[in-house]
Design a protein around this ligand. Structure first.
Ligand SMILES: [Zn+2]
Length: 280
C-alpha cells in the first residue's frame, strides 16, 4: 500500500525535491493512523512535562494556556478537532506535539507508521530559537567538538549545545566501531524549510544534527530495486539512538517518512515517552 502510494506520487511528480533534500514530508503519512485523542488528564500531564523541560522560557500552565517567563500567554490548542495525520504535521498546535507516541530506543527499529515529533508548532519554537530568516538564530550558535574532532555549530538556547557535548562524550565511549555511522557529520544549522513544504525544520533553529549520510537511510533515497521504493531500512545501531535520547534528542528513524541520519532536540517528547513507557 505504502509502496503503491509512493510510486504514484513520484510518477505524478507530486514530490518536488532533490537528492540533497532531507526530512521531506511524503505520501507515507497519508496512510498513518489518525492520532488517538488524548484524555484531558494525559494532555495536562504532557503539557506539564513540556513546561518542565523548557525552564528558561516557560513559567507554567493555566489550563490550555502556556505561561512564558516574559508574560506571554500562548494557547496550546487551535480548537480544531480530529485533525488528519497530514494536518497534524502541516498545521500543528502545541498539543499536537504529543499526537503520536514516540517509541524509545529500547524498542526495535521497525517500519514506522506515524510521525512522532514531526508536529512542530512554529510560533512556539520560533519564540525560543528565533527566526533564521530574520537572522535571529546564528547569534546563538556555538561550536561543539564532534566525535572525530571536527567542529559543529549548534544553538546554545535551551542548553542544546551542552546536551550535544554530553552526547559526543557518550558516543566516543561506544568505541571506534561506531565511528562510521557518525563521521563525517551530515550537518546541523541550515536555514531552510522542509523539502516541498513551508514548514521549518529543527535544523533552521540550530537544534538538529545529521550523522553520517553514507550509512543512513532516507525514505526518498531508498533503493527500489534492492528493497522496495521507500521501504523502511535502518543501519543505525540503536546504541547511538539511545545516547541521543538520553540527552533529549529524538530520532528521525521513527517517522513514516524515515530519515535515520536525523536527530533533533525535543526533550518534551523524550520526557513524555519515558513517562508513558508501557502505558499507551
Ligand atoms: Zn536532519
Amino acid at each position: 500500500m505504502r509502496m503503491t502510494a509512493c510510486l504514484a506520487a513520484l510518477t505524478a511528480g507530486a514530490i518536488a525535491t532533490t537528492a540533497q533534500s532531507q526530512e521531506a514530508v511524503g505520501t507515507h503519512l497519508g496512510h498513518a493512523p489518525a492520532p488517538a485523542a488524548l484524555s484531558a488528564a494525559q494532555r495536562d500531564a504532557d503539557l506539564d512535562r513540556l513546561v518542565a523541560v523548557y525552564p528558561d522560557f516557560l513559567a507554567g500552565r493555566q489550563g490550555d494556556m502556556l505561561i512564558w517567563r516574559d508574560g506571554t500567554r500562548m494557547s496550546t490548542s487551535d480548537g480544531r478537532p480530529a485533525k488528519t495525520p497530514v494536518e497534524v504535521v502541516a498545521s500543528p498546535d502545541i498539543q499536537d506535539i504529543f499526537a503520536w507516541p514516540y517509541p524509545l530506543a529500547s524498542q526495535p527499529a521497525t517500519s514506522p507508521s506515524a510521525d512522532p515529533g514531526r508536529a512542530r508548532p512554529a510560533a512556539f519554537f520560533r519564540k525560543m530559537y528565533g527566526d533564521c530568516h530574520a537572522g535571529q538564530v546564528t547569534a546563538n550558535l556555538v561550536s561543539v567538538r564532534w566525535v572525530d574532532g571536527t567542529s559543529v555549530r549548534i544553538t546554545r538556547v535551551n542548553g542544546v549545545a551542552t546536551a550535544l557535548a554530553a552526547v559526543v562524550a557518550e558516543l566516543k565511549a561506544l568505541g571506534p566501531a561506531y565511528t562510521k555511522y557518525l563521521s563525517p557529520m551530515g550537518g546541523t544549522y541550515n536555514c531552510r524549510t522542509i523539502a516541498g513544504t513551508s514548514l521549518a525544520s529543527m535544523h533552521s533553529y540550530g537544534a538538529a544534527i545529521d550523522i553520517n549520510v553514507a550509512n543512513s537511510d532516507y525514505w526518498l533515497w531508498a533503493d527500489a530495486a534492492a528493497h522496495g521504493l521507500g521501504a523502511f531500512r535502518s543501519r543505525i545501531p540503536m546504541q547511538i539512538v539511545q545516547v541521543f535520547e538520553r540527552h533529549g534528542f529524538i530520532w528521525g528513524g521513527r517517522w513514516a517518512d524515515f530519515d535515520t541520519m536525523h536527530f533533533e532536540y525535543r526533550p518534551e517528547i523524550i520526557a513524555v515517552a519515558k513517562a508513558n513507557a508501557g502505558q499507551r
